[in-house]
Design a protein around this ligand. Structure first.
Ligand code: PRT
Length: 107
């Protein structure tokens, strides 16, 4: 498995923009707007923390998948794709030390 799954799901998410809300979950989320998308990101982050505190690895994977998915919907709202995040992670790969990260943090 590679990061193509992120690109495929990202493309499907993007294709839901402007679609009738009744036709899909993602279309409905886009129709509700940014606040609703961010609410789901927050909920899934909280559920991830709870799964981790429960010490249940399977639940952690399930909740992180929900978190990644809803974060991808948030990215798409801003016209961004999973590749934008993958590029940022790749850029950081060679960095080490707190100072280097702080120096490159966006305003
Ligand atoms: N990966 C996902 C995915 N993960 C989670 N979900 C949905 O996200 C929601 C998760 O919310 P919760 O866990 O809080 O469950 P819930 O309480 O039932 O949800 P709400 O009532 O709060 O909306 C569920 O409704 C899931 O169905 C997803 N919905 C879609 N995808 C991907 O997006 C693609 C497009 O989906 P549609 O837009 O529905 O065609 C799919 O083919 C998948 O690849």
């Amino acid at each position: 498995m590679n990061d193509d799954i992120l690109r495929r799901v990202g493309a499907v998410i993007d294709s839901r923009k402007g679609a009738a809300p009744s036709t899909s979950y993602v279309a409905k989320l886009f129709d509700k707007g940014l606040d609703s998308i961010l609410k789901k990101v927050g909920e899934e982050a909280t559920e991830t923390v709870m799964a981790a505190k429960d010490g249940d690895p399977k639940k952690v994977v399930y909740e992180v998948a929900d978190l990644w998915f809803h974060s991808m919907v948030a990215l798409a709202h801003f016209g961004l794709t999973p590749d934008d995040v993958l590029q940022e992670l790749a850029r950081r790969e060679g960095l080490s030390g707190l100072a280097e990260f702080a120096a490159r943090k966006p305003d």
